[in-house]
Write a protein that binds this ligand. Sequence first.
Ligand code: TMP
Length: 213
Amino acid sequence: MSKRGKFIVLEGLDGAGTTTQAFLLCKYLFEKHKANVPVLTREPTSLTPYGLEIRRRLKHELLPNETVIDDFKYWADLFVNDRKWHLSEIIESNLHKGLTIISDRHMLSTLAYQSAQGGQMEYLVSLHAGLTAPDLTLFLRVPVDVSLHRIMANRCGTPEFFEKKEFLEKTAQNYEHAINLVGQQQKVAIIDGTLPIEEVHQQIRIEVDKLYK
Ligand code: TMP
């Protein structure tokens, strides 16, 4: 029986660099040791009806019978149901086989974004009761103006549903509250996401290497 794998999550505001860094971390672990099998994944997935609805709504692609919904509970239910499927079908089974999971976003995103939509942090935490927690969450901290600047530079077209200055300001504050709350039970490492890509990656390596000691 192989040893249980590690579950690593990248978190941060839109434009913080989670996707770039998840990819670099995956490459690092793959090259570090022949026995390593890193699985790179993300939330929301596009593998459940919940995830597909989220992705459409993020891009403002509504079906003819749909209206814009900005209700935290509606969104939280979609994200958490997608997450439960992701955990049971992708994450837990692979951890059990000894694989390393790298997920671009997980529970902290719901705590930060859906509380910025008006949800109570404690209520959002309670939706995750009994679910497998990450072994390490890497939070890439960037100020909102950096986040917005990167969003505008990378996205040719309309910003997505949550990509608005005022909303991201609330989300940034709520990430800090969420980390204080969750950081008491789970390991959360804060990384300066404004550093050059390679330096952020080096900081991430240092944190991840500690998991394997
Ligand atoms: P991304 O794939 O570019 O990270 O976009 C996902 C968007 O969804 C991003 O704006 C963050 C948001 N989000 C939530 O609001 N709650 C969640 O639980 C997750 C996973 C993402």
